[in-house]
Design a protein around this ligand. Sequence first.
Ligand code: NAP
Length: 448
Amino acid sequence: MAKITARIESIIEDVIRRNPGEVEFHQAVREVAETLGPVLRKRPQYAEHKIIERICEPERQIIFRVPWQDDGGEVHIHRGFRVQFNSALGPYKGGLRFHPSVYLGVIKFLGFEQIFKNAVTGMPIGGAKGGSDFDPKGKSDAEVMRFCQSFMTELYRHLGEFTDVPAGDIGVGAREIGYLFGQYKRITNRYESGVLTGKSPHWGGALVRREATGYGVVYFVEEMLKARGETLEGKTCVVSGSGNVAIYAIEKLQSLGAKVVACSDSNGVIHDPRGLDLATIKHLKEVERRRIKCYADEHPGSTYLESGNIWSVPCQVAFPCATQNELDEDCSRTLIANGCLAVGEGANMPTTPGGVRAFIEAGVSFGPGKAANAGGVATSALEMQQNASRDAWSFEFSERRLHEIMKNIHRDCHETAAEFDSPGNYVVGSNIAGFTRVAEAMLAFGVI
Ligand code: NAP
């Protein structure tokens, strides 16, 4: 085993040397690679064929200029990215993020995670991610449209329903997907519905896609709690963020009888001890695109903490649903001290490695994003199925499929963790279950 551990350490060092400065990517690779020792011991062919080394190198990385003009006529230049990481299981699949913090290291960490996430869903989709350092916040609809058109004018040649199928992520919702699809259709002269997911249900989108990541993370946590003889009913919960994932996690939690007492945005935290009013949050965020602090104006019993730490609000179940590395070791120790039983990562890699270690050591049921937030991409794959068959499923049928998928992902991760001597450790379970699926396909295809 010492030899395998040394080999994995040298793979990680190589990734760090070959991808300087991409700290989030280094973190994501380490988090996966460090759990794979027991698999290499059981299946030495993966080491012989250098599967881990090959998975760590993207199949293709595309970086391009995105010029656009604002409403006043001023020209702006942004950088666009698409990292097509791994297509062993199907066409590349993964969202686009528009946020000023985007650079190659963020896109590579997200694309790397996406490979394993997509694999644990059991659907035929490879892993990719893309985006830009453009910030849609505060821009007019016309400005967002011009940016999306410029972005797609470069990206379209790398996409296709059998090649690469992007979706939304931070800063990319139904509005942006509409503009992106419109430009793709115009350039290619093809109504290729399956080239993007997260479309509006009015023109090829799947019902439940909007809700899928948030609902899915709640279903996953429900299963983790069931495994320890608990339910969500009556539990006090905290959900960070107030975007797509957070809003629909709150909706599903409330429908299952949980009380959600806090949420946030990048400026601050709202704490409403009587339970959040979701209609207000939806109106502020989905309709008016305003800041979460406005919630306090309408709900005098609540408090707004500018730059507050959401994880200091006591809860039994925590849902980090905003962004990467938002929950560090100190936050996790506060949550544990306050009696937190379970954590479901709606966001990608929101918990730092120290935070994850603390939760697992304390016996908190910890659902890593790779498994817990896979409902979004799984429902995107269902959208692709509907587009391919020119069909449109009902909300109830689609939600039942999503629920089944999340239960299966939970069972798979739970069983894999036990098989590899780490019962209850969903980090080990999801990494190994996802990796094994990808590795088997890569072995079958030879050295490519
Ligand atoms: P979104 O609709 O753009 O919402 C993001 C939320 O997080 C907003 O409330 C935003 O606040 C907050 N946020 C963003 N950056 C932040 C920062 N640096 N510090 C504090 N808060 C921050 O995005 P989303 O689709 O919900 O995605 C949230 C997370 O889930 C991301 O990690 C994403 O990769 C992951 N995810 C999304 C999906 C999906 O289907 N959408 C699927 C799987 C995983 P502001 O408005 O103030 O920026």
